[in-house]
Design a protein around this ligand. Structure first.
Ligand SMILES: Nc1ncnc2c1ncn2[C@@H]1O[C@H](COP(=O)(O)OP(=O)(O)OP(=O)(O)O)[C@@H](O)[C@H]1O
Length: 764
């Protein structure tokens, strides 16, 4: 309406109206004055006017005014109709508003219900949060779906907000339209008033003369403008009406579709809730069931624990009785095994001869004469072939180790002998062969690959440790060297002192070495210390160790004495590990001076060893033990029930062939010797000095070979022990980092008065 006013110049129209009113007033005044003074004239003038040529024009104007009046009436009618329509639309709008309010209310209700339901679900889910994993899983599902539903509701709320905004905009528009309508009605009223004034004016004009013509034309123009303004207003109203209807229609359609979507969402959520309800019911029942189980669990647990305890006690008592039985059987089996083992060793022979062929060294491989003259039998590991001067010689020994045989393999073959000294046997293991044939390698080995000496001590140590609860064993070690028929103690402070072998003055007929150092080893570390000390002393006693070692015999003497804590049975065995001097025949090669003496001494001792073995083999009454220091020292370990192993070392090179042949022939000769028809263990009983017989074998005692003792050790055991008890420093408990305990007595070297006659008349 403002726009229309400004466009149509409504202010000007008003001004014109005001002007017209003013003029009208003036005309009325003039009319009055005219009526008063010139009544007559007027009547005449009226009469003349009737005859006046403008009378027709006035008449036409009157008609025109009446026509305008009728038009005005029509417009009024139209305005009334428009008002009616507006009222109708307002009613429709109100109805729509009510519908919208209703749907909003319904939506709010459903939202509230949904919210409540969601709240309930959430509460339920929170309540079930602590339930087992299946409940958690379903709760998570519900939470996820609830989140979706909440999201949908939030979206709907946003859309509702937008719709409400649109609705408020429509309401604002409606209010504006109503204002416009009121304005239009007011304008219509004003126009009607003006029309009435115009009518009055025209009547006045009709009553007056033709001088009003210009004003009538103005009215005409004004009415035209009014008509045009009316038309524009109507068109504007029409547009606005259409616009309003369209917007309302659109809002209605949108609200309906959104309501539909909300309903669909609601239906989905309801469906979800319906499908979740059975799961929740199942979970609730599961939860209740579990709760009950958890409540019952402590009592069930207590019951189960007490039952289990009873069962365990029962099982423990069963197991312990079974264990006792098994232990008894085990001990019995162990004894039987030992017995069988000793029998096996006995059957294999008391003198066994092995041969070990050393490998060709790198330097030897590079030299021209590097052919090997030795070959092995792939089917029989006791046969060695030697090709010399076109002939093939065959040597049959107990075992032949090829060059690739490891220290471990060699020791495996000798360990049975080593362990038999725990059972009270005396054992001698010699390494025999020419210089450089590998004797020291086999006996001592190298730092990272030890030989028989170290391995034997370690094995003995582990074996006695294993038997520890029932047996109390003591391992005593001595190390001596025989060089040029001189005996030297390698474990004493001054190794250059000469030792002697003497008859025990107690009349027992035993031999002993006065001043020989004996060290009790109690751990593998002690073993290492003993070897270090022996090696150090051997090196300090000579200028060239290698040369010296080739020319001297090195003996490691291990004495193992045991006491059974239950039966008080005593055993004592001795293991002699001997690295003999080189066996080559230097004397025959024209050596002179000290070399000649060395060679003579070596030959003497080795031939004495051969003679002793030969005498033993032929069971001579006289065995020439005293022909050399070596045989004299080893007297008790070579006779009677002793076990002897000779490891003949051979070089594979053709340059050493004649020496190899000599060594192998000597080995074969030794192999044919039997020390005794049967072997027996030295068995000493501290309570009774009598020798145990076959019948005296008990479960806890080591096996005893069922033959009479060839050597009367039982009677001497008491004196040995009494001697030991007289000199408690004989077996120091431990040697400490460098501690070495020396003894000036005693007693480990026995004469054999009953069985064999010691060579007391032989050369010393
Ligand atoms: N089986 C073997 N495997 C590897 N090397 C060996 C083997 N036997 C011997 N040797 C090596 O051969 C060389 C001579 O060995 P070894 O010193 O033991 O001989 P030997 O007979 O003791 O000599 P000697 O009489 O002079 O003491 C050494 O270098 C040693 O390492």
């Amino acid at each position: 309406v403002e726009r229309l006013r400004s466009e149509l110049g409504a202010t000007d129209l008003e001004k014109q109206l005001e002007r017209l009113l003013v003029e009208n007033e003036r005309l009325k005044q003039e009319l009055k004055s005219c009526r008063g003074s010139e009544g007559q004239k007027l009547d005449a003038a009226a009469e003349s006017c009737s005859r006046c040529p403008h009378a027709q024009e006035v008449e036409a104007l009157r008609k025109e005014v009446s026509r305008w009046e009728s038009r005005a009436q029509q417009r009024e009618q139209r305005l009334a109709e428009v008002e009616e329509e507006l009222k109708e639309k307002s009613c429709r709008l109100e109805a729509l508003q009510q519908q919208l309010d209703e749907s909003r209310r319904r939506r709010t209700d459903s939202e509230r219900q949904l919210h409540l339901r969601l709240q309930e679900c959430e509460d339920e889910l929170v309540r079930r949060a602590a339930a087992p994993s299946r409940v958690k899983f379903v709760t998570q599902t519900v939470e996820v779906e609830s989140a979706d539903s909440q999201k949908a509701v939030v979206e709907m709320q946003v859309k509702n907000g937008a719709l409400q905004e649109q609705l408020s905009a429509q309401k604002q528009l409606l209010r504006e339209l109503e204002t416009q309508l009121h304005e239009s009605q007011r304008t219509c009223t004003q126009l009607r008033t003006q029309l009435r004034l115009c009518d009055l004016l025209s009547q006045t004009v009709n009553n007056g003369k033709s001088r009003w013509d210009p004003r009538l034309s103005k009215i005409h123009v004004y009415e035209g403008e009014m008509q045009r303004a009316q038309g524009q207003l109507e068109a504007e109203m029409q547009n606005l009406e259409e616009e309003k209807n369209r917007v309302i229609e659109e809002a209605f359609i949108r609200a309906e579709s959104e309501m539909k979507a909300v309903h669909e969402n609601l239906a989905g959520v309801r469906m979800n809730l319906l499908s979740l309800q059975p799961a929740l019911r199942t979970l609730t029942s599961d939860y209740n069931c579990l709760k009950k189980q958890v409540q019952d669990f402590p009592s069930m647990l207590d019951k189960a624990i007490s039952e289990a305890k009873q069962e365990i006690c029962q099982v423990i008592s069963d197991v312990s009785s079974t264990n006792q039985e098994l232990l008894r059987k085990y001990k019995r089996e162990m004894n039987l095994r030992k017995k069988c083992h000793n029998e096996l060793v006995r059957l294999k022979g008391n003198i066994r001869v092995f041969c070990r062929v050393r490998p060709v060294s790198q330097e030897e491989q590079d030299s021209a004469d590097n052919r090997t003259m030795l070959s092995f039998d792939s089917d029989d590991d006791a046969i060695l072939y030697l090709s010399s001067k076109g002939k093939i010689m065959t040597f049959e020994l107990d075992k032949v180790f090829p060059p690739q045989a490891s220290q471990e393999e060699v020791f495996q073959e000798v360990q049975a002998l080593v362990t038999s000294c725990i059972d009270g046997f005396n054992v001698c293991i010699f390494a025999y062969g020419q210089t450089g044939s590998g004797k020291t390698y086999t006996m001592e080995g190298v730092a990272d690959n030890p030989g028989i000496n170290q391995r034997a001590l370690r094995l003995l140590f582990s074996e006695v440790t294993e038997k520890a609860p029932d047996w109390d064993y003591r391992i005593i070690v001595s190390m001596v060297e025989i060089y040029n028929e001189t005996l030297r103690d390698l474990l004493r402070d001054n190794p250059t002192d000469k030792l002697d072998i003497k008859l025990n003055p107690d009349g027992s007929g035993q031999l002993y070495v006065p001043g020989l150092t004996e060290i009790t080893v109690q751990s593998p570390e002690d073993i290492n210390k003993v070897f270090e000390l022996g090696h150090l002393n051997r090196a300090t006693a000579c200028t060239n160790l290698n040369e010296h070692s080739s020319r001297s015999h090195a003996l490691l003497i291990i004495t193992v004495s045991g006491l059974n804590s239950t039966t008080r049975t005593r055993t004592q065995g001795k293991l002699n590990l001997v690295d003999l001097a080189g066996s080559e025949r230097i004397g025959k090669s024209g050596a002179e001076g000290s070399r000649l003496r060395e060679a003579q001494c070596i030959n003497k001792s080795l031939s004495a060893l051969g003679d002793v073995i030969s005498a033993l083999r032929s069971r001579h009454a006289h065995v020439p033990f005293r022909n050399s220091r070596l045989t004299y020292l080893l007297q008790d370990s070579l006779s009677g029930d002793s076990k002897t192993l000779m490891m003949v070392q051979v070089s594979p090179l053709p340059g050493n062939m004649s020496e190899s042949v000599c060594s192998l022939k000597f080995a074969q000769r030794v192999r044919s010797v039997e020390l005794s028809s049967s072997s027996s263990k030295r068995h000493e009983n501290s309570s009774t000095s009598s020798s145990p017989t076959h019948d005296s074998v008990e479960l806890d005692s080591p096996p005893v070979t069922p033959v009479p003792l060839p050597i009367s050790r039982a009677s001497s055991a008491g004196s040995t022990l009494s001697s030991a008890s007289r000199t408690p420093t004989l077996f120091p408990a431990e040697i400490g980092p460098i501690t070495v305990t020396k003894t000036t007595v005693e007693c480990k070297w026995y004469a054999q008065p009953n069985r064999t006659v010691p060579d007391t008349t032989g050369p010393r």
